[in-house]
Design a protein around this ligand. Sequence first.
Ligand code: CA
Length: 361
Amino acid sequence: MSGFGVFSVAGGTPHVGWRDGDEVVDLSGIGDVYAQPSLNALMALGRRAWDESLAGVRAHDGPRTKISAATMHLPFAVADFVDFSSSLEHANNMGRMFRPDGESLLPNWRWLPVGYQGRAGSVVVSGTGVRRPRGQLKGPGSDVPEYAPTRRLDFELELGFVVGIPTEPGETLAPERFADHVFGVLLVNDWSARDIQAWEYVPLGPFLAKSFQTSVAAWVTPLALLDDVRVDAPAQEPPALPHLAGGRDWGLDIDLEVELNGAVVSRGNARSLYWTMPQQLAHATSNGARLRTGDLMASGTISGADHGSEGSLIELAENGARPLRLPDGTERTFLEDGDEVVLRGRAGALELGEVRGRISP
Ligand code: CA
């Protein structure tokens, strides 16, 4: 397990560390960008500096602290947060549940990675508690909504990337430019309130159903460490338009799992994603919207084709029709107070930082 994070010890000043197994190595002795309370200064240096410094970072003989004795902080200041819908299986599953009488896949889905602007200010680091949000809910048997705590709280297993190098307003990026601008990847849990979502999402998409909190890993894995897990992404039909064509060698063969109260409830793999990260970035900049250091973009829920590989509880439990049975004998259709969710990602020696969160009332 390795990657960059921001940590502090015993109330000291947070700064950048490198994870080495169950320890974090203090990098603040290497230079100013590592003595910061976020990765943003390091992320603004660019691909050449990132690659040239990585060997020195990994070999640095700085002070070490057990992770268990460190406080982990949000690793970077989030500029904007964009969330996509890149998994064909997830989009199909959600379409069938939210629009049972129509086509599960809307006509635009295979032409662009559908996305929405999330809320950067409610992105928190792994381990932060999750308060059950209140919102407008309207049951199928009711004529009017009520304002109440969500009864359909869910997780979404996602893979995100963070932008290091900004763009100028008006500048567009081809998928091939991905590695010039993106610093690294990390797991993301896009907590979702399905009842709030179902009532509010037409016609402008999710708003309060997802903006109450998004949890990210404490550790960012630099792109250079992904070389061994890169594979071709699944074929696209129809072929993408020219400005989104490319970046198809950024499928990521990373095993993913979701643990609920200590039991693994889902096993999948990131290589099933239809739209790759370079295509997501190309689409997000295709209108000339500028990138800023710290922009976080996430894949959307990653679900596989087989039952048991879905990245959200609403899919695993088939919208309540097939409750999940946990080893303690209890059943879940949605998350209950006290539940703890952990997302993990692994590929051989590569391990992404986990994302952990416990629900409170
Ligand atoms: Ca999402």
